[in-house]
Design a protein around this ligand. Structure first.
Ligand SMILES: NC(=O)c1ccc[n+]([C@@H]2O[C@H](COP(=O)([O-])OP(=O)(O)OC[C@H]3O[C@@H](n4cnc5c(N)ncnc54)[C@H](O)[C@@H]3O)[C@@H](O)[C@H]2O)c1
Length: 447
């Protein structure tokens, strides 16, 4: 099929490249000329495992091209995917300006029947606004449908998730739209395909993200209780996760959820509930619990160092999770300025995301971007882990201890076992397990 894609950010680029890999002819449009220029040369604009290889192969095969000209993505396309951003407004609602702009652009260029598909995460009933916008501008003679096909990929494993989905959700209110989307996906995927109404599909995505957020906040509350009771939250999470009714994923206690999706999608859903007079306090609590996680870590840092001023603190991890360079909603955005304002000298390292933080916080005499985790740790009074990069888990602990001024680790992601770090000679503070402090003498509570 011939496909047009609007927006080549984290979701749109993966969607474009993977659909090309499935054999479709993709024209991907973005208003950012810099992004289009880089992608056209085969240079990926985001860090995502496997993406660079697929981009190169599909450019070479002539199955994908990038443009800033909307008409090229519309002309001749059977399906147009909308993958633009839906960031949060200051009042918590989803900002749908980019979606509306795409709708207006498409309305002006309709050249025969088009299926316009929301892939961006939008509040339920957004498709109605897209339909009305196009209908008003294009007039009654043009044929089109608006469908919803929410994207469930996870940054860090997005290519894998797109190519091996658990399920595909197709929200379509006309037979023509349903058939087109089934023709697109059915030959390539064996997973369940849920076919439903447009509004239901929009709401499935909002509900999925709200549930995942709730699961994370739930285990984080249990984690605080585990600490109070002298119980290890990881053992509790593993055990309850063996129950298929609960499931093992998204039960990692720590700094909570971040990124560009869960926080904004949760607050957008809360706004929808409020507008509809539905009691949504449960999800407001999920949000509140999540926003307190970073404060809990900062309290641990103070507990470990007493006075932060004039201390050298190594910060490992800038992205909101491992395997991505995305820093939207990342704990680093709170922790770095708070420690800097408190007078600490920061030595920061991340395998992929440092340029993005550096653009916001340029280096100064108390803020250094290091070349490696070991380099960041050199002469540090403490090391703070903010992201679950695999390379941090594999650090050589003996060497780490030898380069640090004092062997203190505050781990926001529970990458290590307390007993392991105690044996390696560290003071170790984590979330939801007993801390290894100078006075703990091996009595950290049960596992
Ligand atoms: N990031 C993810 O992992 C993920 C996963 C599932 C769903 N989503 C959803 O996908 C949507 C996009 O998210 P993202 O993280 O890719 O955002 P992003 O900010 O990385 O990308 C948005 C892109 O759209 C471009 N754009 C803006 N206005 C445009 C226009 N009028 N025409 C063409 N391009 C335009 C921007 O230049 C940018 O490159 C959001 O609704 C998000 O919730 C994202």
């Amino acid at each position: 099929m011939r496909l047009g894609i609007f927006g080549t950010g984290y979701a749109g680029l993966v969607t474009s490249v993977c659909l090309a890999q499935l054999g479709h002819t993709v024209t991907a449009m973005d208003t950012d000329a810099g992004i289009v220029a880089r992608l056209s040369q085969g240079l990926v604009t985001i860090h995502e495992p496997g993406l660079a290889e697929l981009l190169g192969a599909n450019l070479d095969a002539g199955r994908i091209r990038f443009t800033t000209r909307a008409e090229e993505a519309i002309a001749g396309s059977d399906i147009i995917f909308v993958c633009v951003g839906t960031p949060p407004r200051s009042d918590g609602r989803a900002d749908l300006c980019q979606v509306e702009e795409v709708a207006r652009t498409i309305a002006q260029q309709l050249d025969g029947y088009k299926l316009i598909v929301e892939k961006s995460t939008v509040p339920a009933r957004t498709a109605r606004w897209i339909t009305w916008t196009i209908r008003r501008l294009a007039g009654p003679e043009h044929e089109f449908d608006v469908a919803s096909n929410p994207e469930f990929l996870r940054e860090g494993s997005a290519v894998h998730d797109f190519m091996r989905p658990d399920r595909i959700v197709i929200g379509a209110d006309s037979q023509r739209a349903r058939s087109l989307l089934l023709d697109l996906y059915k030959p390539s995927f064996e997973c369940p395909i849920v076919v439903t109404s447009v509004t239901t599909a929009e709401f499935i995505k909002q509900t999925a993200n709200a549930f995942l957020a709730a699961k994370i906040s739930f285990i984080n509350v249990m984690s605080d209780l585990c600490e109070a009771l002298g119980v290890d939250v990881r053992t509790v999470a593993q055990s309850i996760g063996m129950d298929p009714r609960i499931g093992a994923d998204f039960l990692n206690a720590g700094l909570g959820f971040g990124g560009a999706c869960l926080p904004k999608d949760l607050s957008a859903l809360i706004s929808v509930a409020e507008e509809n007079g539905v009691d949504i306090r449960m999800l407001q609590e999920v949000e509140r619990i999540n926003s307190a996680r970073v404060d809990r870590l900062l309290t641990k840092i103070e507990r470990a160092l007493w006075i932060v001023r004039h201390k050298v603190v190594a910060v490992l991890g800038v992205s909101f999770k491992g395997n991505t360079d995305d820093i939207r909603g990342a704990p680093s955005l709170t922790v770095v300025p708070r420690l800097h304002d408190a007078g600490a000298s920061l030595r920061i390292y991340d395998p992929a995301a440092m340029p993005k933080l550096q653009a916001m916080y340029p280096p100064d005499d108390r803020l250094v971007y290091a070349e490696s985790a070991m380099d960041a740790a050199r002469d540090a009074n403490a090391l703070v882990i903010l992201t679950d990069w695999e390379e941090f888990r594999r650090l050589d602990l003996d060497r780490l201890r030898s380069v640090m001024r004092s062997p203190i680790i505050i781990d926001g992601r529970n990458l290590f076992r307390p007993a392991q770090l105690e044996a390696a000679g560290f003071e170790y503070y984590s979330l939801g397990r007993g801390d290894v402090t100078p006075g703990s003498n091996g009595h950290r509570g049960s596992t």
